[in-house]
Structure formats: structure tokens, C-alpha cells
Design a protein around this ligand. Sequence first.
Ligand SMILES: Cc1cc2nc3c(=O)[nH]c(=O)nc-3n(C[C@H](O)[C@H](O)[C@H](O)COP(=O)(O)OP(=O)(O)OC[C@H]3O[C@@H](n4cnc5c(N)ncnc54)[C@H](O)[C@@H]3O)c2cc1C
Length: 583
Amino acid sequence: MDVLQTDVVIVGAGGAGLRAAIAVAEADPALSVTLISKVYPMRSHTVAAEGGAAGVIKENDSLENHFNDTIGGSDWLADQDAVEFFVEQAPKELTRLEHWGCPWSRDPDGRVAVRPFGGMKIERTWFAADKSGFHILHTLFQTSMKYPSIKRLDEYYTTDLLLEDGRAVGVLSHEMRSGKPVVVLGKAVILCTGGAGRVFPFTTNGAIKTGDGMAMAYRAGVPLQDMEFVQYHPTGLPGTGILISEAARGEGGILVNKDGYRYLQDYGMGPADPWPRKKAMELGPRDRLSQSFWQEQQKGRTIQSKWGDVVHLDLRHLGEKKINERLPFIRDLAKSYVGVDVVTAPIPVRPVIHYTMGGIASDITAGTPLPGLFCAGETACVSINGANRLGSNSLAELLVFGKVAGEAAARLARSVPAPSEASALAQAKAHRARAEALVDGSRGTEAVATIRRDMMATMESGCGIYRTQEGLEQTCTTLRDLRRRYRDVKISDRSWVFNTDLTQALELGAMLEIAETMALSALLRTESRGAHQRLDHPQRDDAGFLTHSMAWRQGDEPPRIDYKPVTITKSQPAARVYGGAAS
Ligand SMILES: Cc1cc2nc3c(=O)[nH]c(=O)nc-3n(C[C@H](O)[C@H](O)[C@H](O)COP(=O)(O)OP(=O)(O)OC[C@H]3O[C@@H](n4cnc5c(N)ncnc54)[C@H](O)[C@@H]3O)c2cc1C
């Protein structure tokens, strides 16, 4: 097996991974970085982000405002020290991107423009039309190429973390083109592998978002934090799940039910209000808007379409000029995928799985409970998002904590010796046996597609927008059974060359473990907070649950869940107020 020694190993070349790699290179050009990605970097999910990235820049805004919006949005589950640091660093990172060439949209006077976003009571989202993620990722990718110390392994699939004396010292990957394994050893490892929306059937997430890094860390003994909090975005296209960015509402789009009525005013979102918005209406937070859709559906006030129940997102009043300037991609998407020209007709939309608030337990230093292991981006739970992420905080988060992770890994790499090859190789061989058994086909009867379909179905039925004890128990039981069946999984491709069968089988293994942490954490959280809503426990319970859940792997048994206090610095839990009434 080939062994590659490097200083810092980074898995994931999306926004977080590229930002981390640049930070290592800037901290010390003498440190070698190996950046591993299962897809070419520009295909990482960051490229799909549309709406923009939050950071305080205008005179009418303040760090305090951004802090308060984020904490309220998180339903007080975010760690406040991390949020304070985040809001302070975000504008610096967005300005740095400007200097690296990111073409932010401008105001007529030439200054950077910002747009309103959900749950943000003042407009503070920087954007590049409605292709912000594309431009951010492109800027990071180009910048990373300036540094000869960053070596990339594109289209290498990573399966496992390697440990030595209780430290992370590298990973096992294989080149997808040939199936050839390679052990990449480093003095520090950073996981930037993105979210896990693909455990659900209907999602905005690209097919690669299967939570591999979360599962790798979990299998290596690192807890997964706050996994019950999974975000539904209120406006996905029915049928495909393709996202219609919150930018569409930020620019003034409205949501109406089958009677043409702006129903959000019935759910504590208040009537429309001029800036600064005290009454949020369409710019309420995502959890509340998605829940309102469900309520409308129960009342029979959604619209029946050939794709099932939808509501209408109406942009017609914005006019063609503004739509073409600010939302050209939205116009394209609606035309291509539901045959609607937004200039002349409303878009059918419905809630869709979008973001995993939970992830690898991490902190303000991007460190994890496993020495030598750092993480950043959607795979990490720092936690600045708590029970509900605000739109446009994620792109800013991956920049801020990508940099922190890179700098922390660089510091560590300068102070510890290179790991030994012998013990890493022995572990790698044991891990590799899993992939070999799948490819040689000597055993197995269960099809990947069937188990995956059943996993997605049970997650949607038991772990959706509203949850109950009975539904969650059923989902936990089904997932137990699916994990058992997965041990007998088989694939049909017997070659090692671009074996996508193998990739999907490995991804499914990761997703099953993650799904189980989501469902069990949700079952045990007998309260409603942010994106986790229990019909049988409708109130938030600060006395019992102002805590992060931590899921620890227990081999083939269900995870053990324990709890960690939330860090509160200056904002005591209060009611979340968006519209006329507190709710
Ligand atoms: C459609 C859409 C629109 C969005 N719009 C916005 C927005 O406007 N504003 C905002 O703030 N947020 C937005 N988000 C959320 C945000 O884009 C993501 O949370 C963020 O981009 C994630 O970045 P990341 O670097 O953590 O991971 P990703 O960009 O997902 O990158 C993950 C990387 O890990 C690699 N990887 C994963 N597993 C493996 C493995 N086993 N082996 C090797 N490599 C691996 C992948 O190849 C990839 O390079 C949006 C999300 C979606 C889906």
C-alpha cells in the first residue's frame, strides 16, 4: 500500500477545505498540505449556494445585531462564545475574499451590496447575484493554486481515520480511477467533508452529501453533536428538490396559499413591515416557515399540483429588470425544472431538507475531542447554528472556521513528530478489507438501493418537520434493522476502475450510522426547539434541554446519547419574536 507523508491532511475541498488549506499555506509555506476530495473541488456542494454570506458591513448594522439574530435563530442552542467570535470575524473574511477576487454585487455608489435574509432583522447578506457559492468557491480554488505547498488528490475517496496513541495521524483513501489504496499520514488532520442531507429522500443537497466525514469521526470515537437538528428550507422546487434561494424572498418575493393569501401572518410572522423589519413575514426563520407550510397543509389550504402539495412563491411584482439583475439563476431554474417563467407566473414550492445543524463535536478552536483532529464547515458542530441555522451564516462560517482549523493544524504540525508508518499501515489493511470484501463479491445478498430507499423513507416518515415518540421509535427500529441488513450488503461491479457501486455502498454505510444518531437524539429530546418539533412535546424546555446532545458510537448497538451544557455569555433564553406576537 502506498504511504504518503505530509504535514497537514485535509479531507474535503469545498469552501471549508480550501479555506483551511490556504490558512495552512499562509501560516507556514514550509508545511506540506494534502487536500483530498472525492470530487473535483469545483464540484463540491459549496458551488451550489445561491443567496450569499452574512457579515456586518453597513452603518445601520452592528455585531451585536448579528449576534442577537443568530442566537435567537438558534433557539438559544448555539454556543455564544463561538457566535461572538464568528460575527466579529465574518466581515474580515468576506473582505478578504473581495481582495482575492470575489465579484460581490455592488450598490450604485460602488460599495458592496447586502440583501435581507430570513431571520436576520437587518440586511447583511453579501452576494454575487444568485450564484454566490460558485463565485466564493472559484475565488478560493484559484487562490489555493498560488501555493505550491498545497497538493491535491482529486477524486480520491476517503474511508477511515487512522489513529496512533489516541491521536488522529492520517486517513485511508483510494484513487477512484483505479481503486488503488493510499495511506496519507500527517501531523494533523482536518475534516471538511460537508453535510448529510442525503439521508433524506427529498433534499437540495448534491448526491455527494452523505456525511462521510461525520461517520469517519464517529467510528473513531468522536461524538456527533446535536444531530436531531436538520433544517428544512421552505422553498424547494417540487419533484427535484432544487433550491429556490431565500434571496428570492430577500428581494421581495411573497408566499401565498391556494386562496392567494399570505398565510405566514397567521403564524406569528406579522404583517409586512418596512426596514428594519420587526415583523418578518416571508423573512422569518426557516424552521418557522417550513412548519407553517405543514400547518397550512393540515388545514387543506395548500395547492394540489402534479407534484403533490405546494404553495406559491410569487416574484412577478419585482419586474423583469430586477429579476434579471438579482435573480437570473432562479429564473433559469424555475423555467428548466417546473416550466415557469417567474416574470409572468408564481413558482410552486414546498419545504425540502437542506442543512445539517449537527455534526462532529467541535469548538471555537475547530478542535475535536480527538487530539490531532480538526473540522470545519457543515460537517462540524461548533456550534454557531444551534437548533436552526440562519440562511447565509453557513458560507461565512466555513470561511471563519476553515481559517481557524488551518491555523490550528499548522501550529500543531510544527510541534509534533511525524507518525510512524507501521501501525497506520496495519490499521489501513484492516479497514481496506471492508472494500475488498465488497468488490470480490464473495458474500452478501442485500442491494444498496433497497436499503438506501428504506432508510430515506423511514427518515422522512419519522424524522420530518414534525415528530412524535411513536414515529421516532418506529424509525429507530427500522434503522436498527437496516444496519443489520447492511452487514450483508452486496455490489455487482467486480472491477476497481471507477467503481461507483462501491462508492455508493460505502456512502450508505456512513449514512445509516448518521441517520441512527439523528433519530435517537430526536427521540430522547422531549421538547420542541428550532428545527426539532415534537407534536407530543410542543414546548421548549430550557430546564431540561438547554443542552447539546452528544451521540457516541457503541459498535453495532445504538449510540449512547449524553448531554453537554450550552455556553451562554450574554443572552439569556427568551421567546423568539419575529412577527407581531412572541412565539
Ligand atoms: C443548494 C444550496 C444552496 C445553499 N445556499 C447557501 C447560501 O446562499 N448561503 C449559505 O450561507 N449557505 C448556503 N448553503 C449551505 C452551504 O452552501 C453549505 O453548508 C456549505 O457550502 C458546505 O461547505 P463545506 O465546505 O462544509 O462542504 P462541501 O462544499 O459540501 O464540500 C465537501 C467536500 O468534502 C469532500 N468529501 C466528502 N466526503 C468525502 C470522502 N469520503 N472522501 C473524500 N472527500 C470527501 C467532497 O468531495 C467536497 O470537496 C446552501 C446549500 C445548498 C445545498
